[in-house]
Design a binder for this molecule. Structure first.
Ligand SMILES: [Mn+2]
Length: 332
């Protein structure tokens, strides 16, 4: 069992808490932060999630009204970071996060060299922050109602790709079973979170696939999605998020990467790898990070330059890792 004692004490002691999660929210960010917010309110605490950007439309069904705030609604005595291991991801909420004396961090990303928050439960082997929040709530003896079970189950299937990825082990499956017993509507959540695409979004994906190029003889695959694509296809920015899953599914590709244009000279990089930690290695070359096999970074470059830079790094990393694994097998 993980040791939640320090976090538990701080949560019991607080009266007003603000929760922070990463920008560009996904199912796990929303599931973990909203479930914790509901649980703390049930314990009689005042609690909100301070958001930096808007909730993507496809996630709005998950969240009960009135949990998110644009500005701190009070001077909180505890800041809680969930599904966010690096305080750089606080962006414009930095001052608000560090305003109170006490802070905690509950996360499953690879931690940065200088961890943040006074009390932490950080486990990069854990599949989802929602699983950590579930364990924390059980540890606290909190009552987990159907809304919270839905949120936590939704968070787990989002981050595991419905139990497909490498960290979806027995603990994830056991938690899923318990959450279903607590009322999680697994069928509805699977459909709405994983099989609920707009036609424009699928066309956007097709365009990115048509543009995809191999590097390192097919060991890597890279593409981009442009703002002009969104406009021409009437797609939404959130439609860019599934392109990486399709690239990842290409059979020869150990490493997949996509550049999502956000501004004239601003691109977000998402990377995935299947066996190695190359996704994180690639993103760290550009100042980003995340998980070994699923990482991200921000590049202040136009899409063409970003594509060239990322392709060159991917090529380098793939030839390096191939040489290293050949070396391990005694082939060099
Ligand atoms: Mn997560």
């Amino acid at each position: 069992m993980r040791d939640f004692s320090q976090i538990r004490e701080k949560l019991y002691a607080c009266e007003k808490a603000l929760i922070f999660t990463h920008t560009n929210m996904d199912g796990d960010a929303v599931g973990s932060s909203a479930a914790l917010c509901l649980a703390l309110r049930k314990l009689g605490k005042e609690c909100f999630i301070l958001k930096e950007d808007e909730l993507p439309g496809y996630l709005s069904f998950m969240v009960p009204e009135g949990l998110f705030a644009d500005e701190p609604p009070f001077a909180q005595d505890l800041s809680i970071a969930v599904d966010m291991g690096n305080d750089a991801r606080l962006e414009n909420r930095r001052e608000a996060f560090y305003a109170p004396k006490n802070s905690v961090c509950i996360d499953h990303h690879v931690p940065p060299q200088t961890p943040f928050a006074d009390a932490r439960v950080v486990d990069p082997r854990c599949c989802a922050a929602s699983l950590l929040v579930f364990e924390l709530l059980k540890d606290m003896g909190a009552e987990i109602d159907k809304d919270m079970a839905d949120l936590l189950y939704g968070g787990i299937i989002s981050d595991t790709g419905s139990f497909k990825y490498d960290k979806s082990g027995p603990d994830a499956h056991r938690a899923a079973a318990e959450l279903i017993e607590l009322g999680a509507d697994y069928e509805k959540l699977s459909v709405l979170l994983l099989d609920n695409r707009s036609l424009a979004g699928i066309r956007l994906e097709d365009r990115a696939m048509a543009r995809a190029a191999f590097v390192s003889g097919g060991k890597g695959i890279i593409s981009c999605v442009l703002l002009s694509d969104l406009e021409e296809l009437s797609a939404r920015p959130e439609d860019m998020e599934t392109v990486i899953d399709r690239l990842r599914s290409v059979e020869s590709a150990e490493l997949a990467a996509v550049l999502k244009q956000r501004g004239e000279r601003l691109c977000k990089l998402s990377a995935r790898s299947k066996q190695s930690c190359l996704a994180r290695a690639l993103c760290e070359c550009f100042g980003g990070g995340g998980h070994d096999k699923a990482s991200g970074a921000t590049l202040e470059m136009d899409p063409e330059s970003a594509l060239a830079a990322v392709s060159a790094k991917a090529e380098e990393l793939l030839s390096g890792s191939l040489a290293a694994s050949a070396g391990e097998r005694g082939l060099t």
